[in-house]
Design a protein around this ligand. Structure first.
Ligand code: SF4
Length: 297
C-alpha cells in the first residue's frame, strides 16, 4: 500500500535512506506487475512527449484551435534569446517551456497531463529547464518525474487535482508542488526537503480560482503555467537552502482541499466568475460565440 501521508512517508524513507522517486517506482512495480526497466522505459517515453511540447511553440508560433491565444511562447523565446530576460537562465527557460506546453495543449496537440491538461506545462518545464541548466542526464529527469508522481498521488488521494472541485490551486498548485519536489530530488535534496518545497509551492497559490475565459483552457491557464513553473523552481531553491514550510505538507494539502470546497461554484471551472466574467473576458466569449476571432490577446 502506498503511504499516503508525507510525514509517515518521510520517516519511512529516512529510515531506509531512500528517495521519493525510488519509492514511487517500487510501488508502481508492485501495483502494475511490470519490471522496473519497463516502467522506466514508459516514463522515458512520457519525458519525450514533454520535451516535444516544451519545444514546439518556442520554435514557431502555435495558435489555439479557438484562435483566442497563441504565439506567446515564441515571443518570449525570442526575447530570452536576446538575453533581455530579467530572470536567470533556468527560470526564464522554464517559463518559456511552460508557455509552450500550454499553447500546444490549446492547439489540441499532444501533451502530458501532469496532473491535468490545464497544468501540463509546469512539471515538464521545471524538470527540463533544471536538467538543461545543470547538465543533468535523462536518468535523473526520469527519476524527477517519479518524484513528481509520488507527490501527485499524495495530493490526489488526500484532496483533489481537479479545478472543478478545488479551483486552480488544485491543478496548477498541485503541479507546482509536484515540480518543486522533483527538482529538489534531482538536485540531491532529501524527501523531507522535497515535501517542504512542495508545501511552499502549494501554499503560494492557496485560494487560486479556476476562472477560464469562455470555459476554454487558455486564459489565464497558459500564463498560470509559466508562473507555476517559476514558483516551483523558487520553492525548490528555498528548500535546498534549508528553508522549511512552517505548515507541514499534509496540512497544506488538507487546507487546500478545505479552501476548494469553500469556493463558490462560480470559481470552480464553470466560467461564471473571476476573469471569465470581466468585461474583456465576456467580450472574448461573445466574439467566439458570434464566430469572430478575438483580437484581445
Ligand atoms: S484556470 Fe482552471 S482550467 Fe485553467 S489551468 Fe487553472 S484549473 Fe485548469
Amino acid at each position: 500500500m502506498f503511504i499516503l501521508k508525507a510525514e509517515e512517508l518521510t520517516a519511512y524513507l529516512e529510515e531506509r535512506k531512500g528517495a521519493l522517486w525510488e519509492y514511487a517506482l517500487e510501488q508502481e512495480e508492485i501495483s502494475s506487475g511490470k519490471s522496473r526497466e519497463e516502467i522506466r522505459r514508459q516514463m522515458e517515453q512520457t519525458l519525450c512527449v514533454m520535451e516535444r511540447s516544451a519545444d514546439m511553440a518556442r520554435r514557431e508560433p502555435v495558435r489555439s484551435v479557438s484562435g483566442l491565444t497563441g504565439g506567446n511562447a515564441w515571443k518570449y523565446e525570442t526575447y530570452r534569446s536576446e538575453e533581455k530576460s530579467i530572470l536567470g537562465k533556468i527560470p526564464s527557460l522554464a517559463a518559456g517551456m511552460a508557455l509552450s506546453c500550454s499553447e500546444v495543449n490549446a492547439s489540441m496537440q499532444c501533451i502530458v497531463a501532469c496532473p491535468t491538461a490545464g497544468s501540463c506545462g509546469i512539471v515538464p518545464a521545471a524538470v527540463l529547464a533544471c536538467a538543461q541548466g545543470r547538465g543533468l542526464d535523462r536518468e535523473t529527469m526520469v527519476e524527477g518525474l517519479f518524484t513528481a508522481s509520488a507527490v501527485g498521488i499524495l495530493i490526489g488521494s488526500r484532496a483533489t487535482l481537479a479545478g472543478a472541485e478545488g479551483g486552480c490551486q488544485a491543478e496548477c498548485g498541485s503541479a507546482a508542488a509536484m515540480a518543486a519536489a522533483a527538482v529538489v530530488e534531482m538536485l540531491g535534496g532529501t524527501p523531507k526537503m522535497a515535501f517542504h518545497a512542495a508545501a511552499m509551492a502549494l501554499k503560494s497559490v492557496l485560494g487560486l480560482t479556476c476562472d477560464p475565459v469562455a470555459g476554454l483552457v487558455e486564459i489565464p491557464c497558459i500564463k498560470r503555467n509559466a508562473s507555476g513553473a517559476v514558483n516551483a523552481l523558487l520553492c525548490a531553491d528555498l528548500a535546498l537552502a534549508g528553508v522549511e514550510s512552517y505548515i507541514p505538507f499534509d496540512e497544506v494539502v488538507d487546507a487546500m482541499y478545505a479552501v476548494g470546497k469553500a469556493m463558490p461554484k462560480a470559481l470552480r471551472e464553470t466560467a461564471k466568475g473571476g476573469l471569465a466574467v470581466t468585461p474583456t473576458g465576456l467580450r472574448m466569449k461573445g466574439n467566439l460565440e458570434a464566430g469572430k476571432q478575438s483580437t484581445c490577446e
